[in-house]
Write a protein that binds this ligand. Structure first.
Ligand code: SAH
Ligand code: SF4
Length: 387
């Protein structure tokens, strides 16, 4: 018997079916056992093998011995006054990841994490500051959905209708787990491909790979700046995959068909909201017929940056609209529970881990850039390190 058991929750439906068929056949069990287990997993979404009550006890024990079925435990559940719910999940090895449920009148969106931490080091992102711990498995991504789905049903939130990979981590830097997790959520758990959005900071090979999938998963791109030099101050990956290369990959994704790309643009006062940037953003978006989400920057513990003023955000919106670009200004959700990317974990870990060793350097670089815009005086503040 191998040391590491196969995780049943990580296997795409056809592989799970094959593994279960082999398992039950070896035990001389009827073939309908396979369907019974698949129904418990994908339709009933049970948390444990013990709950598969139409299986004989001996078969449940045997299944438990042959496979792992690991769900995270809830370390913290925070409910915002606006209905947003954030779970901080503890994984089997003690690692912490977050997911967020966001109810709106017509949908219930779940935001999942794809990595514990993130290696990309974006200067505006709490997850980026906290560094990379490890990749999540497909099962660990999907089990955020499974556990959240049960929680939502138990607490009157209804069914999860949409999933966004906008929690911790860069999903396209964990393609080995991302692809089976997409297959599982879509074919196993029945979430429509067009209701699943993968958000990336611009991992070009991953975008090209996603373009090749036949299902119509959606893509959101964290743009945050319409010119390369500014973008590289916010997103270190820009130095590896330039805006130009990113745009070329997006053209290919767009040609692959049927899926409108979304640009995410966090508006940071004096950093990326200078008026001349709005028409540049409009040009990039209209070349792809992309949808633009303008998101007021959510302050994080490691930076003194502020959200753009409301008036500036409205100016951006009207420049984009005047140029025919579809745009929405996103109302921040769950601010009272730190529901933005990486924040709950960041505050939970603050006592156990020191700030990243290079944080001073990155602040200098970012602030030096901010200093280039003399019109915005309160942005030259060098930021403060966590105590
Ligand atoms: N790594 C992926 C997905 C996770 S981040 C990505 O970067 O796209 C999810 C979204 O939150 C991204 O659009 C990211 O740019 C945004 N984000 C991160 N920190 C933010 C902050 N402090 N304020 C506003 N948006 C932020
Ligand atoms: Fe990672 Fe996305 Fe945060 Fe950048 S914005 S550090 S890619 S999670």
């Amino acid at each position: 018997m191998p040391n590491a058991k196969t995780d049943l929750l990580s296997l795409p439906p056809d592989e799970a079916e094959a593994a279960l068929a082999e398992h039950f056949e070896a035990r001389g069990q009827p073939s309908y056992r396979v369907r019974q287990v698949l129904t418990w997993m994908f339709e009933e979404c049970v948390a444990t093998i013990a709950e598969m009550t139409n299986l004989p006890a001996a078969e449940r024990d045997a299944l438990d011995a042959a496979f792992s079925f690991l769900e995270p435990t809830a370390d913290t559940v925070s409910r915002s006054s606006d209905g947003t719910v954030k779970h901080l999940w503890r994984l089997a090895d003690g690692e912490l990841v977050e997911s967020v449920l966001i109810p709106t009148p017509d949908r219930l969106t779940l935001c999942v994490s794809s990595q514990a931490g993130c290696a990309m080091g974006c200067t505006f992102c709490a997850t980026g500051w906290a560094g990379f711990q490890r990749q999540l498995t497909a099962g660990e991504i999907v089990s955020q959905y499974r556990a959240s789905r049960r929680w939502a049903l138990d607490h009157g939130y209804g069914r999860i209708s949409n999933i966004v990979y906008m929690g911790m981590g860069e999903p396209l830097s964990n393609r080995e787990a991302l692809h089976p997790s997409l297959t599982l959520l879509n074919r196993g758990y029945g979430v429509g491909a067009r209701r699943i959005t993968v958000s990336t900071v611009g991992v070009v090979p991953g975008i090209l790979e996603l373009a090749e999938r036949e299902e119509q998963f959606r893509l959101a791109v964290s743009l945050h700046a319409p010119e390369s030099e500014l973008r590289s101050q916010l997103i270190p990956l820009e130095k590896r995959h330039s805006l130009e290369e990113l745009m070329a990959a997006l053209v290919q994704f767009d040609r692959a068909g049927g899926r409108r790309i979304t640009f995410e643009y966090a508006m940071i006062r004096g950093i990326n909201d200078a008026p001349h940037l709005a028409p540049q953003l409009a040009d990039l978006a209209s070349s792809l017929n992309a949808f633009v989400n303008l998101i007021p920057y959510n302050p994080i513990p490691y930076q003194d940056w502020k959200a753009s003023r409301g008036q500036r955000i409205e100016e951006f919106r009207s420049v984009l609209e005047a140029r025919g670009v579809s745009v929405a200004v996103r109302v921040p959700r769950g601010r009272d529970i730190d529901a933005a990317c990486g924040q709950l974990r960041a505050s939970r870990m603050a006592s156990d881990s020191p700030p990243m060793p290079d944080s001073g350097k990155r602040l200098e670089a970012a602030s030096a850039y901010a200093g280039k815009d003399p019109a915005e005086t309160d942005l030259t503040n060098p930021g403060k390190r966590p105590e």
